[in-house]
Design a protein around this ligand. Structure first.
Ligand SMILES: [Zn+2]
Length: 171
């Protein structure tokens, strides 16, 4: 992620090293990744995935999830996204189990943002698919082991999906 100006004083910022920038008034600025929270809903060996309805990655597969808002825990963000994208309430799914975290990049209004993505897995014993909302075009139940990683839109979802495949194999 690129930083052009200081968020404290508005002065131009210059890149130093690593993730550190410095403005002309001496304020250090760190280009930290943005936290996201996501859920893989599983039913036996199947996983419920979202088909993205918007760019980036329109038509590609995604987990349910999104950016963590201010004053929100990872769990609260995951449940809020579950409601926003799938219309599901917390009591309709099993408890959240931590799966893994991964690094990715999200192109937001043409700006590449580095994300630090935390993934949960939870059981969802339903015979139907939820009604898609927000940036989701549709939902689809897929066999987790036979899914190609190319179908996903982002690296963080891909690497986390590998962790999910391992989780489903060993549970
Ligand atoms: Zn400054």
């Amino acid at each position: 992620m690129e930083i052009a100006y200081c968020r404290r004083c508005g002065a131009p910022a210059t890149f130093q090293e690593g993730i550190q920038y410095l403005c002309s008034n001496g304020h250090p600025i760190y280009a930290n990744p943005l936290p996201t929270a996501s859920i893989f809903l599983v039913r036996g060996s199947q996983v419920l995935l979202a088909v993205r309805g918007i760019e980036p990655g329109k038509g590609k597969l995604d987990s349910i999830g999104g950016f963590v808002d201010g004053n929100e825990t990872f769990e609260e963000a995951a449940y809020r996204e579950l409601k926003e994208e799938a219309g599901l309430e917390q009591h309709q799914i099993g408890p959240l189990h931590y799966l893994t975290s991964s690094i990715g990049e999200y192109l937001f209004k043409d700006e590449p943002l580095q994300v630090l993505s935390l993934f949960y897995v939870a059981s969802f014993d339903a015979n139907t698919v939820p009604t898609p909302r927000d940036d989701v075009a549709s939902f689809t139940w897929r066999e987790a082991t036979s899914l190609s990683l190319d179908e996903f839109h982002a690296d963080d979802v891909r690497s986390s999906f590998v962790a999910l495949q391992s989780y489903l194999t060993h549970k």
